[in-house]
Design a protein around this ligand. Structure first.
Ligand code: ZN
Length: 202
Protein backbone atom coordinates (compact mmCIF):
# COMPACT_ATOMS: atom_id res chain seq x y z
CA UNK A 1 0.00 0.00 0.00
CA UNK A 2 1.13 3.50 -0.81
CA UNK A 3 0.18 7.06 -0.07
CA UNK A 4 -0.44 8.57 -3.51
CA UNK A 5 0.35 12.27 -3.57
CA UNK A 6 -0.81 14.05 -6.72
CA UNK A 7 0.36 17.54 -7.55
CA UNK A 8 -1.67 19.24 -10.28
CA UNK A 9 -2.01 23.01 -10.60
CA UNK A 10 -0.03 23.67 -7.45
CA UNK A 11 -2.75 21.87 -5.51
CA UNK A 12 -1.93 18.70 -3.59
CA UNK A 13 -4.19 15.78 -2.87
CA UNK A 14 -3.33 12.61 -1.05
CA UNK A 15 -5.09 9.27 -1.27
CA UNK A 16 -4.27 5.64 -0.57
CA UNK A 17 -3.11 3.49 -3.47
CA UNK A 18 -3.14 -0.30 -3.44
CA UNK A 19 -0.20 -2.19 -4.97
CA UNK A 20 -2.34 -2.93 -8.05
CA UNK A 21 -3.29 0.73 -8.47
CA UNK A 22 0.33 1.83 -8.01
CA UNK A 23 1.43 -0.73 -10.64
CA UNK A 24 -1.27 0.59 -12.99
CA UNK A 25 -0.04 4.18 -12.50
CA UNK A 26 3.54 3.11 -13.23
CA UNK A 27 2.57 1.16 -16.39
CA UNK A 28 0.53 4.10 -17.67
CA UNK A 29 3.39 6.51 -16.92
CA UNK A 30 5.83 4.24 -18.81
CA UNK A 31 3.48 4.06 -21.83
CA UNK A 32 3.18 7.84 -21.89
CA UNK A 33 6.95 8.20 -21.50
CA UNK A 34 6.68 10.21 -18.29
CA UNK A 35 9.75 10.47 -16.09
CA UNK A 36 9.79 7.72 -13.45
CA UNK A 37 12.19 7.32 -10.53
CA UNK A 38 12.22 4.58 -7.90
CA UNK A 39 13.16 5.47 -4.31
CA UNK A 40 15.29 3.40 -1.94
CA UNK A 41 12.43 3.10 0.58
CA UNK A 42 10.28 1.37 -2.06
CA UNK A 43 8.34 4.28 -3.52
CA UNK A 44 8.32 6.06 -6.87
CA UNK A 45 8.02 9.55 -8.29
CA UNK A 46 6.35 10.18 -11.66
CA UNK A 47 6.88 13.56 -13.35
CA UNK A 48 5.40 14.93 -16.53
CA UNK A 49 4.32 18.13 -18.20
CA UNK A 50 0.67 18.79 -19.00
CA UNK A 51 -1.08 21.40 -21.06
CA UNK A 52 -3.01 23.78 -18.88
CA UNK A 53 -6.75 23.80 -19.67
CA UNK A 54 -6.01 22.50 -23.16
CA UNK A 55 -4.15 25.70 -23.99
CA UNK A 56 -0.58 26.40 -25.03
CA UNK A 57 0.80 26.83 -21.55
CA UNK A 58 2.25 23.77 -19.92
CA UNK A 59 3.02 23.06 -16.31
CA UNK A 60 4.75 20.33 -14.32
CA UNK A 61 2.72 17.63 -12.63
CA UNK A 62 3.71 14.74 -10.43
CA UNK A 63 2.51 11.66 -8.62
CA UNK A 64 4.55 10.50 -5.63
CA UNK A 65 4.00 6.98 -4.30
CA UNK A 66 5.17 6.80 -0.69
CA UNK A 67 5.20 3.27 0.76
CA UNK A 68 3.13 2.84 3.91
CA UNK A 69 5.73 0.34 5.08
CA UNK A 70 9.09 1.75 3.91
CA UNK A 71 11.70 -0.86 3.04
CA UNK A 72 14.54 -0.86 5.56
CA UNK A 73 17.78 -2.86 5.37
CA UNK A 74 17.30 -6.13 3.47
CA UNK A 75 19.63 -8.80 4.84
CA UNK A 76 21.16 -11.49 2.64
CA UNK A 77 18.88 -14.07 4.29
CA UNK A 78 15.78 -11.99 3.51
CA UNK A 79 16.95 -11.43 -0.08
CA UNK A 80 17.44 -15.17 -0.51
CA UNK A 81 13.89 -15.83 0.75
CA UNK A 82 12.50 -13.12 -1.56
CA UNK A 83 14.48 -14.56 -4.45
CA UNK A 84 12.80 -17.95 -3.89
CA UNK A 85 9.38 -16.28 -3.71
CA UNK A 86 10.08 -14.34 -6.93
CA UNK A 87 10.04 -17.55 -9.00
CA UNK A 88 6.26 -17.22 -9.31
CA UNK A 89 5.28 -20.50 -7.67
CA UNK A 90 5.13 -19.48 -4.01
CA UNK A 91 1.92 -19.95 -2.02
CA UNK A 92 0.72 -20.03 1.58
CA UNK A 93 0.17 -23.20 3.55
CA UNK A 94 -1.26 -23.22 7.03
CA UNK A 95 0.68 -25.18 9.64
CA UNK A 96 0.14 -25.59 13.39
CA UNK A 97 2.37 -22.58 14.14
CA UNK A 98 0.76 -20.35 11.50
CA UNK A 99 1.03 -19.76 7.75
CA UNK A 100 4.22 -20.63 5.90
CA UNK A 101 5.28 -19.70 2.38
CA UNK A 102 6.11 -22.77 0.33
CA UNK A 103 7.44 -23.42 -3.17
CA UNK A 104 8.07 -26.56 -5.22
CA UNK A 105 11.13 -27.57 -3.18
CA UNK A 106 11.40 -25.14 -0.28
CA UNK A 107 9.55 -23.81 2.76
CA UNK A 108 9.93 -20.58 4.71
CA UNK A 109 9.30 -21.12 8.47
CA UNK A 110 6.32 -19.47 10.25
CA UNK A 111 8.32 -16.80 12.11
CA UNK A 112 10.08 -15.67 8.93
CA UNK A 113 6.84 -15.82 6.95
CA UNK A 114 5.18 -13.63 9.61
CA UNK A 115 8.06 -11.13 9.41
CA UNK A 116 7.90 -10.94 5.60
CA UNK A 117 4.15 -10.30 5.76
CA UNK A 118 4.34 -7.74 8.59
CA UNK A 119 7.03 -5.79 6.73
CA UNK A 120 4.97 -5.62 3.54
CA UNK A 121 7.68 -7.54 1.67
CA UNK A 122 5.21 -10.00 0.15
CA UNK A 123 1.73 -9.67 -1.31
CA UNK A 124 -0.86 -12.19 -2.41
CA UNK A 125 -2.47 -12.52 -5.84
CA UNK A 126 -5.00 -15.20 -6.72
CA UNK A 127 -3.61 -17.59 -4.12
CA UNK A 128 0.02 -17.05 -5.14
CA UNK A 129 2.50 -15.19 -2.96
CA UNK A 130 4.69 -12.67 -4.73
CA UNK A 131 7.35 -10.15 -3.81
CA UNK A 132 5.70 -6.78 -3.18
CA UNK A 133 6.06 -3.88 -5.61
CA UNK A 134 7.63 -1.90 -2.75
CA UNK A 135 10.52 -4.39 -2.55
CA UNK A 136 11.06 -4.30 -6.32
CA UNK A 137 11.17 -0.49 -6.37
CA UNK A 138 13.55 -0.38 -3.38
CA UNK A 139 15.88 -2.94 -4.99
CA UNK A 140 15.88 -1.08 -8.31
CA UNK A 141 16.74 2.18 -6.56
CA UNK A 142 19.52 0.50 -4.55
CA UNK A 143 20.95 -1.47 -7.48
CA UNK A 144 21.14 1.67 -9.62
CA UNK A 145 22.73 4.27 -7.37
CA UNK A 146 24.56 6.56 -9.77
CA UNK A 147 27.17 9.19 -9.22
CA UNK A 148 28.74 11.62 -11.64
CA UNK A 149 32.38 12.66 -11.52
CA UNK A 150 33.80 16.10 -12.15
CA UNK A 151 35.55 17.11 -14.27
CA UNK A 152 35.01 14.88 -17.22
CA UNK A 153 31.31 14.12 -16.88
CA UNK A 154 31.56 10.42 -16.14
CA UNK A 155 28.55 8.52 -14.89
CA UNK A 156 29.08 5.43 -12.75
CA UNK A 157 26.34 3.19 -11.40
CA UNK A 158 26.38 0.60 -8.60
CA UNK A 159 25.24 -1.97 -11.22
CA UNK A 160 28.54 -1.56 -13.11
CA UNK A 161 27.22 0.76 -15.82
CA UNK A 162 29.74 3.44 -16.81
CA UNK A 163 29.35 6.12 -19.46
CA UNK A 164 30.90 9.39 -20.49
CA UNK A 165 28.89 12.56 -20.97
CA UNK A 166 29.89 15.98 -22.25
CA UNK A 167 29.45 18.06 -19.12
CA UNK A 168 27.83 18.06 -15.70
CA UNK A 169 24.24 18.54 -16.88
CA UNK A 170 24.65 15.89 -19.61
CA UNK A 171 26.06 13.52 -16.99
CA UNK A 172 23.12 14.12 -14.66
CA UNK A 173 20.67 13.54 -17.51
CA UNK A 174 22.48 10.35 -18.55
CA UNK A 175 22.40 9.08 -14.94
CA UNK A 176 18.70 9.90 -14.62
CA UNK A 177 17.83 8.15 -17.88
CA UNK A 178 19.93 5.09 -16.94
CA UNK A 179 18.03 4.75 -13.65
CA UNK A 180 14.74 5.33 -15.45
CA UNK A 181 15.40 2.61 -18.06
CA UNK A 182 16.02 0.15 -15.22
CA UNK A 183 12.60 0.98 -13.72
CA UNK A 184 10.68 0.99 -17.03
CA UNK A 185 12.27 -2.34 -18.03
CA UNK A 186 10.98 -3.80 -14.78
CA UNK A 187 7.51 -2.27 -15.24
CA UNK A 188 7.35 -3.70 -18.77
CA UNK A 189 8.32 -7.13 -17.43
CA UNK A 190 11.66 -7.13 -19.26
CA UNK A 191 13.77 -7.47 -16.13
CA UNK A 192 13.61 -8.54 -12.51
CA UNK A 193 15.26 -6.85 -9.54
CA UNK A 194 16.45 -10.31 -8.52
CA UNK A 195 18.91 -10.77 -11.35
CA UNK A 196 21.53 -8.60 -9.61
CA UNK A 197 23.74 -9.89 -6.85
CA UNK A 198 22.77 -9.34 -3.24
CA UNK A 199 25.84 -7.23 -2.56
CA UNK A 200 24.56 -4.33 -4.67
CA UNK A 201 21.12 -4.22 -3.11
CA UNK A 202 21.63 -2.93 0.41
ZN1 ZN B 1 22.64 0.92 -13.01
Amino acid sequence: MFHEIVVPFGDTSEVTATEDHAAHLLRRAARRKYQIAATADGGAVINWTARKYGGRRTEPRSITLVPRLPIDVLTDATLQDLSLISDGQARYEVEANGPVIVGPAWRIPPTTTARLRAGGLVAENYGLVRVSLTVHLALLARQHRTHTTEPGGWVRCACGFTAHAGDRSDARELARSHREVAVTDFIAGRSSAFTATATTTR
